[in-house]
Write a protein that binds this ligand. Structure first.
Ligand SMILES: [Zn+2]
Ligand SMILES: [Zn+2]
Ligand SMILES: [Zn+2]
Length: 339
């Protein structure tokens, strides 16, 4: 079978792709910690739209953050979705566009704008200045009645401009755009319409990263340092004759076994993960059984784990998981009582 070169990266290698770039590791660590899988651009007055999360957690420039996003998309670690319209200068590409209103007769930008109001009952129309009495209250200039409720007593029927250079009136001024970056004037026809996207992180890649980076890799390293022989994944043949697989299986010199499963979920892990592990534990009988929950586990599920003799480790960082695990394995290996 001929393999296509453009075929997507299989899920198993997402972690090695992320691990090859420290910036990607920093970003994915941040995403797990903040429980985020979407990165939104925010408008910055100096740089236009920027990805503030990436700039902050990777400590890179706005330009480098765009390069990183392109890398994420090209590696299949995320996709871009339309987020907002961006108007750009056709000469320099800047997003720093200013709008100007001009007099269509003399091109002056010194304009005076007034709203045109209508007294609904008698249909009298005039500029808002003619509707204001000396105290600033709205009063009909024709019949003198007080106008208090917008939409009921009066309504805005339009807008009117006067040029303070040539004194002519207009209802539509001429509009031009000025690029603050290169200083060139642009018409509406000349403006470039582009867009900015939000970055949607590939959930499989994020879960794979959480499992490998926050749990499997540091746990395997720690257990090896403590003298364990590790299989990841590893399996134990149960009393029933069924083979049970665990994410990490460690055996020490005396033959004690430690079986560890990793559960990753955006919402706290529930009882069903405990039940599934309990069934395997009952049949395979490892010396110790541990469930690592990223980021967390429900209190009710934790109680059930305690009842079943399953040790729970939860957190969003390597230290959350490794520090308590060290004290667990340094404590004397005791077989968990089973009925
Ligand atoms: Zn420009
Ligand atoms: Zn009136
Ligand atoms: Zn004018």
């Amino acid at each position: 079978m001929v393999k296509s070169l453009s075929s997507p990266i299989p899920a198993v290698s997402y972690y090695s792709v992320i691990a090859s770039d420290p910036k990607l590791v920093s970003l994915f660590e941040y995403l797990v910690k903040e429980a985020k899988d979407v990165l939104l651009p925010v408008f910055d007055p100096r740089h236009g739209y920027i990805y503030a999360d990436i700039i902050k957690c990777c400590n890179i420039s706005p330009y480098e953050s765009l390069e990183l996003i392109n890398k994420i998309v090209s590696l299949g670690l995320g996709t871009k979705e339309y987020h907002d319209q961006v108007l750009r200068c056709p000469y320099c590409g800047s997003e720093q566009i200013r709008v100007y209103f001009h007099c269509p007769f003399c091109n002056s930008t010194q304009l005076y704008k007034e709203l045109l109001l209508e007294h609904i009952r008698d249909g009298v129309i005039g500029p808002i200045s003619k509707f204001k009495d000396t105290s600033g209250t709205l009063v009909c200039p024709s019949c003198g009645s007080k106008l208090s409720i917008d939409g009921k007593d009066y309504r805005t029927v339009g807008v009117w401009y006067r040029c303070l250079t040539c004194y002519r009136q207009m209802d539509i001024p001429k509009i031009t755009y000025l690029c603050r970056e290169c200083g060139k004037e642009v018409t509406a026809h000349g403006l470039v319409i582009s867009s900015v996207g939000r970055l949607i992180i590939n959930k499989t890649a994020l879960e794979e990263f959480s499992r490998q980076h926050l749990a499997i890799k540091p746990i395997v390293n720690m257990l090896r340092d403590a003298g364990y022989i590790i299989n990841s994944p590893g399996s134990i043949l149960g009393k029933s004759g069924i083979s049970h697989s665990f994410d990490i299986l460690g055996t020490d010199k005396t033959g004690n076994t430690i079986a560890i499963d990793i559960a990753v979920s955006k919402v706290p892990i529930n009882e069903s993960a405990i039940m599934n592990l309990f069934v395997k534990m009952l049949d395979a009988s490892p010396t110790k059984t541990i469930l690592v929950c990223i980021p967390s586990i429900l209190e009710s599920a934790k109680k059930l784990a305690l009842l079943y003799g399953i040790i729970i480790l939860e957190g969003t960082s390597i230290s959350d998981i490794i520090t308590p695990l060290k004290s667990i394995i340094s404590s004397k290996m005791t077989t968990i009582a089973k009925s």
